[in-house]
Each structure stands twice: as C-alpha cells, then as structure tokens.
Design a protein around this ligand. Sequence first.
Ligand code: SAM
Ligand code: DTB
Ligand code: SF4
Length: 316
Amino acid sequence: MSTTLTRTLERIAQIYHQPLPDLLFEAQRVHREHHDPRTIQLCTLCNIKTGACPEDCAYCSQSVHNPTDLVPQPLMDVEGVVAQARAAKASGATRFCMGAAWREVKDGPQFERVLEMVRQVAALEMEVCCTLGMLKPHQAQRLKEAGLTAYNHNLDTSPNYYGQIITTRTYRDRLETIQAVSAAGISVCCGGILGMGESVQDRLELLEALSELDPAPESIPINCLVPVPGTPLQDAPPIDPIDLVRMIATTRVLFPRAIVRLSAGRLQMSDELQALCIVAGANSIFTGTVLLTTPNPDNSHDEQLLNRLGMVPKAL
Ligand code: SAM
Ligand code: DTB
Ligand code: SF4
C-alpha cells in the first residue's frame, strides 16, 4: 500500500471516529456550504426486469443462486415504465432510476428498448438513472446519447470483503464499468451496503475506494441490508444505528458536493434515526412502496416525516 493511500485511510478513520457531536458539526458545516439543508431529493425506482440474475450477490433477492420467493419477470414495456415515471413525477420525485437484474448489458432489442425508456423518461424532464449491470464503453456512449443523467453501479463493500459477498465478478470489473460511465460523460452513482457482516474497517475502506474514483461520484447511495429470506445473508444482524449515522456523516465530509442517498433499509429505521441521518448530511431518499423487490415506507409516511422536520422535496 502506498503512503498516500495509507494517509487517506487514516484521515477517513479520524473523521469517522471523532466524538459524535464533532462529527455531526463538521458534516453540517460541509453540508451547508454546498446544499440547501431544508431540501431532500426524492428518487423513485422501477425494476424493469426482475430476477433470474446469473450473479451470486449474497444479499440479493434476484440472484438465481438464491432460493427466494421472487417470481422472475421479463423486461417491461416502454409504456408501463413511462407511466410509472409520470406517477413518480406527480408525487414529487425528480429522479427516476430503472434497474435490471442483468449481469451485463447485451447489445440487441432489449437494450434498444431500454434506450427508448431512457429517451421517454428524459422527455418528462426528470433526471434519469439506470442500473443494468456491467457496461462496455460503446453502450455507455449510447445511454448518454439517449439522455441518461446517471448510472448506478455500487462497489458495495471494501475490496477485501468483496469476495465474501460476490464471486461471479471482481472489484476490477466494477471499476471498469464505472470508468466507461465517466468516460461517456454520464454522472456516476456509486455507493455500498452496510450490515453484511463487514467490519467498520471494511466500511472505511469502501469510502477509501470511493474517494479514489476520478471524478468523485456525484451520487452515493448508502444502503442498509434488507435481509431477504433464502439469501445467504438472511440472518445478518442489523447495523448499529449510530454506526450508520457516522457513515453518513463521514461520507458527507469526504464528498461535500455529492448527493448522499439514505437508500435501502428505511422501513426498518425509526423516524428519529432517519432524521439523524438527514442531519448527518443525507439529502435524498427513495420513495414508493417498493424499492426494487423489497418494501419501503409509503409516500404519505415520508410526506409526514418531511413535514415534521420542516423540510421540502428538492425541485429540479
Ligand atoms: N444488477 C445491477 C447491479 O448489481 O449493479 C443492478 C441492480 S442491483 C439490485 C442494485 C443495488 O441494489 C446493488 O448494487 C446493491 O447495492 C443494492 N441491493 C440489492 N439488494 C439489496 C438488499 N437486499 N439490501 C440492500 N441493498 C441491496
Ligand atoms: C442502490 O444503491 N439502492 C437501490 C438503487 N441503488 C438501485 C436499490 C436498493 C435495492 C434494495 C433491495 C431490493 O428492493 O431488492
Ligand atoms: Fe444481479 Fe444486481 Fe442482484 Fe447482483 S445485485 S444478483 S447483479 S440484480
């Protein structure tokens, strides 16, 4: 390990381990320099192709390797997806993210259909994001031409722990797709999952890996594992809520301009914990009663929560 890398990790650990009031104060200071602290971006997900994924991600309901109750569904029609995007926009979302349970994008009619979805959602004047698995440079280029704003491709955990969670692809594969996305001029959405049995050190090493991306990710989803019956991680114990707050605050300090998304796992969190995560610098949530395959708080609950906090959804 080079000295610069060691120093980065040391700095990240110093930020993370400081007394919580100091950490929250620093995160708030950084947050207020770059963002309006009263607003939060609402993003809605749509699973455009469900299940039967050849990858073996230990957390995922959609892997063929995991005997879950999920019923696979083929790629949706363009019209159905656009109708969901319109509904999401009507309920205050300014970003729409389409996910497909693919290992990688293959050129052909299905990819052409996804490109058409991207064009039509972009025409609604929403930010459009996709998460379709691995991409080649020419595919990233075509997504860009279709109007894609961002591509989600998570590093999920530290390079060291990655092999405990996924064996069908490597960290390097992930980094190559992220590189293709950046090179095409698409904004990178890249984060991870907490609560998969990793150590605090692994989480800090994930932040280190994220901070090595060039350019830095503009969007960082922090997911808490939603344990799905039938997956190897079905019985993983939940993360300590204070550790989650520390991770969010540390992410905010390290990535001042990024949108930090309090992503999967909100249904398992109290309103107070969500409030603390927002104070720590999270400024986006996923809205709608399902994420991709797992439940999520409903819009009326989220509206009420924002009201109680005196906050408003962020306009485009
Ligand atoms: N197949 C694509 C991929 O893996 O990049 C896109 C879909 S995948 C479901 C998107 C992200 O959702 C994953 O990278 C992972 O971080 C997150 N995720 C999946 N299952 C989850 C779970 N049970 N709990 C929390 N996050 C999860
Ligand atoms: C991300 O990091 N979190 C979202 C989005 N990117 C695509 C997905 C969360 C999925 C949670 C598990 C599920 O619903 O299947
Ligand atoms: Fe497939 Fe993505 Fe689920 Fe992994 S996380 S099994 S790649 S859908």
